[in-house]
Design a protein around this ligand. Structure first.
Ligand code: NAD
Length: 686
């Protein structure tokens, strides 16, 4: 065996060389890995006794992608293009042996090999689009030559993986091997190629064509999904080039578009979020070696909108859940909604009926808090009312076993105040899920003054198990997300009083890339949250709308009118109410530009984000970006509000806030941190 470098070695078995890469954890295409492949090829080229080569990886996977820590740094070692070109032009057959995942540059490397064998459990894909990129090492040109245009379009624009069996059916994999015998079978395969004297199968030499109109049809079908993103369109253009130009011309198109994406803001934003997700898992002052507490059984109090969704997360991950309500009807209704949610998912083919039954079988409905005694974690999701929450936590303290974690799903309330009614404030934290709780990825973990490190460690680990992104927030009104959202809502309300209409504000915010604007969101949530007919005084626009039973989507009328499909149309009645409201307040309405709407809504949020950072309510700016990405659908291609602020320039934001401050007073006072960073020419992330 010859060691080529620290991560590659070469063995020769008869007339077949086996080049093994071993660069844990995922054999990413770092400079040493690329150099190792180049060295292996050189050694095999020089050895006349070797007639073919197998490229295989040690550890849990084939090459699982580029080494993205190299992005933006000066290139070192052999370039991936050279390595790939050398493999494909190699005069002796090269067989890729794939297990685990062949992703991105890994799959591109495999595509340069003359044949590909894989174990049935292997997965293959080109996920670059998820980082706002495209496969820039020939992937967009080779993939359609093997799997055809429609499949290639699907794979590069979604970035999703396909299994080896499907890959074999599509021609991406030439042979499946038994699960545990990849190496031996790859060698046999290479030997067969030599014995049969097969001509080298270079993917670049295969032809590919496309039905006319296929690209535009694909664009049209996916327009909604791709809205705002550059990368899917650029990926499509590459596949289009593959089908209409020569291989080399196609490569030029690919390289050109790749560089545009790589140097553009969108990919930087998406890469920022990739790292942000990982950074959010790190709590700066958590003692090293903090061990999580074991969680076997979960309790949820309240089977309403949130309690049901929260329970579903745990059931789906296999945790038994006890759910407690105050009365039989509410319990029955809540568990019924959970079942029908699961049934609907099953109808769409995303889970099996057995899974529905398994999940529901893990649920124990109850009317007594006493049944939570044995739970390792209890999450309270009752009405947003401090007195009720305190009463429940005081009771729980006397019921639930010692060492269990007691969490509240409160949206705004003070978690320390809730913790203080127990004898174990160190075991209390906030677990703030977002609606719909079984869908939205965000979990804001609210760290109370006394929350123990191992409680945080446990909750962060659990979040991963149930597929959530946890972001730690400090105790303050609305934590990170809702605290900033309130500011946006305040501006939105002021804007419609000063001259805009609700649909103007919503249009600007959705054009910016948010899934909905503030007034659409209010209609969806229900305008009567926290409103009551008895106390309503016809003061605010909301009072007036609710008094007319315009309570949002559920009553088919709110800021908008809704048809039976819940399609909104601007309402004349609301227009009149808005005008009347301004008149009543003595406000002379004026034309408000889209720029002003966007700036007032987003810059005030960013300003609040700066205050949150300054107060230590978030550990880092990128945590705030994660909250907005995963909790509110902030467009990934803008990287979250704080990253977006950096791209706009903090100096500009401060200047704009001052301009508004002169117009509108205190609401626009720039945060000291924002002013300081702007003065230093810095950003939140730089
Ligand atoms: P909801 O009104 O839909 O559900 C609350 C449920 O709690 C009701 O079914 C009620 O019967 C039950 N309940 C009340 N007192 C109880 C008690 N003593 N014991 C057991 N059950 C009791 O409310 P929701 O929207 O699910 O909100 C619950 C909590 O989650 C609130 O603190 C809210 O601020 C928070 N939250 C809500 C959202 C949202 O979008 N709805 C999002 C995040 C957080």
């Amino acid at each position: 065996m010859a060691e080529l470098n620290a991560v590659a070695d070469l063995t020769v078995e008869g007339n077949i060389a086996v080049l093994t890469l071993n660069s844990p954890p995922v054999n990413a295409l770092s400079a040493p890995v690329r150099d190792g492949i180049a060295a292996g090829l050189a050694a095999v080229a020089a050895d006349d006794s070797v007639q073919a080569m197998v490229l295989i990886c040690a550890g849990r996977t084939f090459i699982a992608g580029a080494d993205i820590t190299e992005f933006g740094r000066p290139p070192q070692g052999a370039s991936l293009h050279t390595v790939i070109e050398t493999i494909e032009s190699f005069p002796k057959p090269v067989v890729a042996a794939i297990h685990g995942t062949a992703l991105g540059g890994g799959l591109e490397t495999a595509l340069a090999c003359h044949w590909r064998v894989a174990v049935p459990s292997a997965k293959l894909g080109l996920p670059e689009v998820k980082l706002g990129l495209l496969p820039g090492a020939g992937g967009t040109q080779r993939l359609p030559r093997l799997v055809g245009v429609p499949q290639a379009l699907e794979m590069v624009t979604t970035g999703s993986m396909i299994g080896a069996k499907q890959a074999a059916a599509l021609g991406l994999v030439d042979e499946l091997t038994p699960e545990d015998e990849l190496r031996a079978h790859a060698i046999l395969y290479a030997r067969r190629v030599v014995e049969e004297a097969r001509p080298l199968r270079r993917v670049r030499d295969l032809s590919v064509t496309a039905e006319p109109g296929v690209f535009d049809a694909f664009r049209k079908t996916n327009a909604r999904k791709f809205r705002g993103f550059d990368a899917p369109e650029f990926n499509i253009r590459c596949i289009e080039a593959a089908a209409t130009k020569s291989f080399d011309e196609g490569l030029d198109v690919e390289r050109d578009l790749f560089m545009q994406l790589m140097n553009g803001t969108q990919s930087k934003a998406q890469r920022h979020l990739f790292f942000a997700e990982r950074a959010a898992q790190k709590i700066p002052d958590l003692p090293a070696g903090t061990q999580p507490r074991p969680i076997r059984r979960v309790g949820v109090i309240g089977a309403g909108t949130m309690g049901g969704g929260i329970s579903m997360n745990f059931l789906s991950a296999g945790f038994p859940v006890t759910i407690v309500e105050t009365n039989e009807a509410a319990l029955h209704r809540g568990t019924g909604v959970m079942r029908s949610n699961y049934e609907n998912t099953a109808k769409k083919g995303r889970i099996t009926q057995e899974t529905v039954e398994r999940n529901m079988g893990l649920l124990t409905p109850s009317l007594s808090l006493d049944d939570l005694a044995d739970c390792d974690l209890v999450i309270e999701a009752v009405f947003e009312n401090m007195a009720i929450k305190k009463e429940i936590f005081a009771k729980l303290d006397g019921i639930v076993k010692q060492g269990a974690i007691l969490a509240s799903n409160t949206s705004y309330l003070n978690v320390d105040e809730i913790a203080a009614v127990t004898q174990r404030p160190q075991d209390v934290c906030g677990m703030h899920f977002f609606s719909p709780a079984n869908v939205m990825r965000l979990l804001e973990v609210v760290r109370g003054a006394k929350t123990a490190p191992d409680v945080l460690e446990t909750v962060l680990g659990l979040a991963r198990k149930i597929g959530k992104v946890a972001v730690v927030a400090g105790v303050c009104h609305g934590f990170i997300g809702n605290r900033m959202l309130e500011l946006r809502q305040r501006e939105a309300n002021k804007l419609i009083e000063e001259g805009a209409m609700p649909w103007d504000v919503d249009r600007v915010i959705t054009e910016f890339g948010m899934p909905m604007g503030p007034f659409q969101m209010a209609d969806l949530a229900g305008l009567d949250i926290g409103w009551s007919a008895e106390t309503s005084k016809s003061e605010t626009l909301r009072d007036k709308l609710c008094e007319q039973n315009r309570r949002g989507q559920k009553t088919r009328a709110g800021f908008y009118d809704y048809d039976e499909k819940r399609t909104p149309t601007p309402s004349d009645l609301v227009r009149d109410l808005v005008l009347a409201q301004s008149a009543a307040k003595g406000v002379t309405r004026r034309a408000i530009s889209d720029d002003e709407i966007l700036q007032r809504c987003t810059y005030t949020m960013i300003n609040e984000g700066a205050l949150i950072l300054e107060e230590g309510m978030a550990y880092r700016a990128s945590d705030i970006d994660m909250v907005w990405l995963t909790g509110y659908g902030f467009p990934a291609y803008r990287g979250g509000p704080m990253f977006y602020a950096d791209t706009v320039g903090l100096k500009h934001i401060v200047e704009t806030l001052r301009k508004f401050q002169a117009m509108n007073a205190a609401d626009f006072k720039p945060a000291p941190l924002l002013e300081r960073l702007a003065a230093e020419g810095k950003g939140f992330n730089t």
